[in-house]
Design a protein around this ligand. Structure first.
Ligand code: IMP
Ligand code: MG
Length: 177
């Protein structure tokens, strides 16, 4: 796949260093607190595995599978959650782990759904953020990298379900996307 995508947009080394920093910050912020870290599949699966291993707290983990679909003729995209939580998050601190916050609609929808379980708090950690594409205001407490509004694949992120296994982040050429 290296032939298709060429140079990484963000190298594995840069990613490793930044994820370490995020892990340290999260470990500090949630010291002494009961934390459940929830990965949003499929996109966050690689980042999630790297992130939880640098959080030095006795956390619990859980996952949700969510997809966003843009229906033709409808202005807004709709988000669907396909699974239920396994852990009880009531009165516990929740950290939602996303691959990328683009318009912000997915993250906002997930946060509002999680609040229905009456957690002590909900925060969002995303590997990537495209602030230039934001359609709604959403607080994202932990951001790995801010990126320009280009289409990105690899490291969990897909284009039509492919390229999630590319071991680094690469820009999808406009003629392919
Ligand atoms: P939002 O709801 O517009 O914030 O979009 C978030 C979701 O859209 C992410 O969880 C991704 O699945 C997908 N997405 C947005 N931008 C990209 C990208 O550049 N590459 C791959 N997936 C993306
Ligand atoms: Mg996706």
């Amino acid at each position: 796949m290296a032939e298709i995508f060429g140079k990484p947009l963000i190298t594995q080394e840069a990613m490793r260093a930044r994820i370490c920093e995020l892990g340290k910050q999260i470990s500090k912020d949630y010291q002494g607190k009961d934390l459940v870290v929830i990965g949003i599949l499929k996109g966050a699966y690689v980042f999630f595995a790297d992130l939880v291993r640098v959080i030095q707290l006795p956390i619990e983990i859980d996952f949700l599978i969510a997809t966003g679909t843009k229906k033709s003729g409808r202005p807004a995209k709709t988000v669907k959650i396909w699974t239920e939580l396994n852990e009880n998050i009531s009165r516990r601190h929740v950290l939602l782990v996303e691959d990328i916050v683009d318009s912000g609609l997915t993250a906002q929808y997930l946060v509002s759904k999680l609040h229905k379980h009456r957690p002590a708090s909900v925060a969002v950690c995303t590997l990537l953020s495209k602030p230039g594409n934001r359609q709604i205001e959403i607080e994202v407490q932990y951001v790995g990298f801010e990126v320009p509004p280009v289409y990105i694949v690899g490291y969990g992120l897909d284009f039509e379900q492919k390229y999630r296994n590319l071991p680094y982040l690469a820009k999808m050429a406009p003629e392919r996307a």
